[in-house]
Design a protein around this ligand. Structure first.
Ligand code: SAM
Length: 266
């Protein structure tokens, strides 16, 4: 067995905070709870903290890792655990739809202790492929999970909350302290489960219009909707959708954003 395995120091620019706390790893594996036939895909396997216990349970999975220094040691170490398919690529360039082709019902299950510097882009990338994903179990900064799950009226309710909740159910599972990682991040973390809604229940007529309404509404969150959305629609359209034009985005429920976007011309 090679002693140089995983000898590289963690790379900060790749968000490498490796999990070492056994109880946290076990809770993640339990939360995923793979069933026969599931096609598991892990984003950022790192040194295999979650990968190997999942492989021990499930026998096979796919991982997407960007750090070239981790590919060979990961592939070698995985042999003792199961059949690992390693994709050496930036996850933002991976087409989840393609990975889902061979999966049961054409959908994969995503897992990952995500690189925190990329968590929002990865979440938005996953949303673009939501029909190819049956669920996601992700470790993120606790503060990001709070934003994802927040409702109207909360200080942290924003674009991320509305976009994610429009397409998925968002369930925070448990929090994880910095000491569970090496090196420890500066912030608390949390594990969250996202389950994409069935395409026919999302109810958004045109995803691009919806995304634009939400982006503009929260782009200037101190402004009233009438002002924040002036490039998209007028006050009459906002009122016709049943929303007060002098409301601020942070007070508007997800369903109201959907109704407003659906009422606008594409
Ligand atoms: N899963 C491991 C664990 O829990 O110990 C590592 C988690 S670490 C927080 C994030 C991982 O994502 C690292 O292995 C890092 O190299 C990888 N990563 C960073 N940017 C990536 C990208 N754009 N695409 C794929 N993987 C990436």
């Amino acid at each position: 067995m090679s002693t140089t395995r995983f000898s590289e120091p963690p790379k900060k620019h790749l968000g490498q905070n490796f999990l070492h706390e056994r109880t946290v790893i076990d809770r993640i594996v339990q939360a995923v709870n793979p069933k026969p036939g599931d096609q598991l895909v892990e984003i950022g396997p790192g040194q295999g903290a979650i990968t190997f216990p999942l492989l021990d349970r499930h026998g096979r999975m796919t991982v997407i890792e960007f750090d070239r220094d981790l590919i060979a040691p990961l592939t070698e170490a995985a042999r003792a655990h199961g059949e690992l398919s390693v994709i050496h690529r930036d996850v933002l360039k991976v087409d989840f739809g393609e990975l889902a082709h061979d999966a049961p019902e054409g959908r994969i299950r995503l897992v990952g202790n995500l690189p925190y510097n990329l968590s929002s882009p990865i979440l938005f990338h996953a949303l673009e492929h939501a029909p190819a994903i049956s669920d996601m179990t992700f470790m993120l900064q606790k503060e990001v999970v709070e934003r994802m799950a927040a409702g109207p009226g909360s200080k942290v309710y924003g674009r991320l909350s509305v976009m994610l909740q429009a397409y998925c159910t968002v369930t925070p599972l448990f929090t994880v302290p910095p000491g569970a990682f090496r090196p420890p991040p500066k912030v608390d973390s949390a594990v969250v489960r996202l389950v994409p809604r069935a395409a026919d229940t999302v109810g958004i007529d045109d995803p691009a219009t919806f995304a634009r309404v939400v982006r503009d509404a929260f782009g200037q969150r101190r402004k009233t909707l009438r002002n924040a959305l002036s490039q998209v629609c007028d006050a009459a359209a906002i009122e016709a959708a049943g929303i007060r034009p002098d409301a601020r985005a942070e007070q508007v429920p997800v369903a109201d954003f959907v109704r407003l976007a659906n009422s606008l011309p594409r």
